[in-house]
Design a protein. Structure first.
Ligand code: 4AD
Ligand code: MG
Length: 464
């Protein structure tokens, strides 16, 4: 298929030889001798470059000089079987047009390998590297697969709001949204900021999760999912936390916790299988460059049954492990990444779904168990990542939900609409949230979450 007068390299590498073709892309490297030049050109459609062979009789010395790493070109020529061993086909150039030069002195992406840390400082250019090309193509494929999975199952995609006035999710600190003059905000009689003068007439923030609105829609449409950006203003500088990340949150009427776990396991296996089936070229590259066990680990997850374990049993295993953890283990503590990874990587050597957490460490909306101590929460724990999914069955009983809210001294005035679903036609329901970038960490084998999002947002970092 021709796109705007060019054929993409992904297409050319599968095409029959003999035709005159046009490619447009960026130079990765140039080598050659006095008669001939070889240009490796990449257009982002695939990890593979196309080799352009230039007879120097057909190009002026002046032009050839401008063909440097990073320059953007149009090449028209014959697609022929390649003489070399690196590629099936190459282009014998008839015509080269230089769209944009890239000065060798100042273009930062010369051929040598760069560290991921350095590439983060030039995030505007790193999509041009093999690594970020691979990551971004996989990111796209996973986003597409997520919509396909749910669409095929009859789930409806719901757009939940990004600006919200409710902060009762308790998932994390929120970023405030305001148009007030920060240097001179209006004050009430008590000297507090008067939000009635603000844009929305009350205090508003960026959402930490679409779940609560998702629940409203599940109690009408049956099975829904959200897939959108979420924001957390925690000062966590770790390789697994972003201040802005994307989350997929399915929410289903008439599902109990077991149905919820079944869906989470099936969903994540589907996504990993999709990557293995559709992104193999990019995965092979990442496997070779960053993580020699990547493909094996992905296949392993598809072919294994996840362990399902009570939080209480998990704590027992950790206590009996004889391990000295940085954060001490006891019933009632929130598990740290080191605990989660011990269970997954050392003890079971496969993904674990941990359920029935102490209610004190989980959100108010989770369904309370009969024991009065635990709630029907479920976290899916993955090798290398720790928590990849967090979810629960929801408390559908109005009285029990209100009792919990009182216990926690929560102010529910901004959440009256959420409580209404428990007053009118309430039913058993469940859902979970998959962190999109955590999924991508797993699928790409990258070890820092800043390297699976094009332009990461973390504390003190909002460049690009
Ligand atoms: O466990 P969390 O906080 O759960 C919720 O937000 C629920 N409302 C989900 C639901 O039941 N609908 O977050 C869900 C997932 C985590 O398991 C993790 O994968 C990811 O979101 N996550 C983050 N990813 C990147 N950076 C952060 N700061 C993240 N915080 C959570
Ligand atoms: Mg969680």
């Amino acid at each position: 298929m021709k796109t705007l007068g060019r054929t993409k390299i992904a297409e050319l590498l599968k095409s029959a030889t003999g035709a005159t073709v046009t490619v447009k892309g960026w130079v990765r490297s140039k080598r050659g001798n006095k008669q001939i030049a070889f240009i490796a050109l990449n257009d982002g459609s695939t990890i593979h470059n196309i080799q352009v062979v230039v007879d120097l009789a057909k190009i002026s010395e002046e032009e050839l000089k401008q063909v440097t790493t990073g320059a953007c070109l149009r090449v028209t020529g014959q697609l022929v079987a390649s003489q070399g061993s690196g590629q099936p086909v190459e282009i014998q150039a008839d015509e080269i047009e230089i769209y944009g030069v890239a000065d060798t002195e100042s273009y930062p992406l010369q051929k040598k390998g760069h560290t991921l840390e350095f590439l983060r400082e030039i995030a505007h250019l790193r999509p041009r590297t093999n690594t970020f090309g691979a990551v971004l193509r996989i990111r796209h494929a996973m986003a597409f697969a997520i919509h396909k999975y749910f669409n095929d199952k009859g789930f409806f995609y719901i757009h939940t709001p990004i600006i919200t006035a409710s902060d009762a999710e308790g998932a994390g600190a929120m970023f405030q949204v305001s148009t007030l003059d920060m240097n001179n905000p209006p004050k009430d009689e008590k000297g507090a900021i008067d939000y009635s003068k603000d844009f929305f007439g009350k205090q508003a923030s960026l959402t930490v999760s679409g779940q609560l609105e998702g629940e409203l829609c599940a109690m009408a449409l049956g099975e829904i999912y959200t897939f959108g950006p979420t924001f957390r203003a925690e000062n966590s500088n770790t390789p697994r936390h972003l201040a802005e990340f994307w989350m997929i949150e399915p929410e289903m009427a008439f599902y109990d916790i077991t149905d919820n776990m079944d869906l989470a396991e099936d969903f994540i296996k589907y996504l990993v299988r999709y990557a293995l089936e559709h992104c193999m070229d990019d995965l092979k590259f990442l496997n070779e460059m960053y993580d020699k066990e990547l493909i094996e680990r992905l296949q392993g997850v598809c072919n294994t049954e996840f362990v399902r374990l009570d939080y209480t049993e998990g704590i027992d295993i950790l206590l009996k492990s004889g391990r000295k953890f940085e954060f001490p283990v006891a019933w009632g503590v929130d598990l740290q990444s080191e605990h989660e990874r011990y269970l997954v990587e050392q003890h079971f050597k496969k993904p674990v779904i941990l359920t029935n957490y102490p209610k004190a460490i989980k959100a108010f909306y989770m369904k309370q168990n009969e024991d009065g101590k635990t709630v029907r929460a479920m976290d899916v724990l993955f090798p290398k990542i720790g928590e990849i999914i967090g979810g629960s069955q929801r408390e559908e009983n109005f009285e029990k939900l209100m009792a919990r809210i009182k216990e926690d001294n929560m102010d529910m005035t901004t959440l009256w609409w959420y409580l209404d679903t428990r007053r009118f036609g309430s039913a058993e329901h469940s859902g979970f949230g998959l962190g999109f970038e955590r999924l991508l960490l797993f699928v790409t084998g990258m070890s820092n979450i800043r390297d699976v999002v094009p332009f990461p947002r973390t504390p003190k970092n909002v460049e690009f």
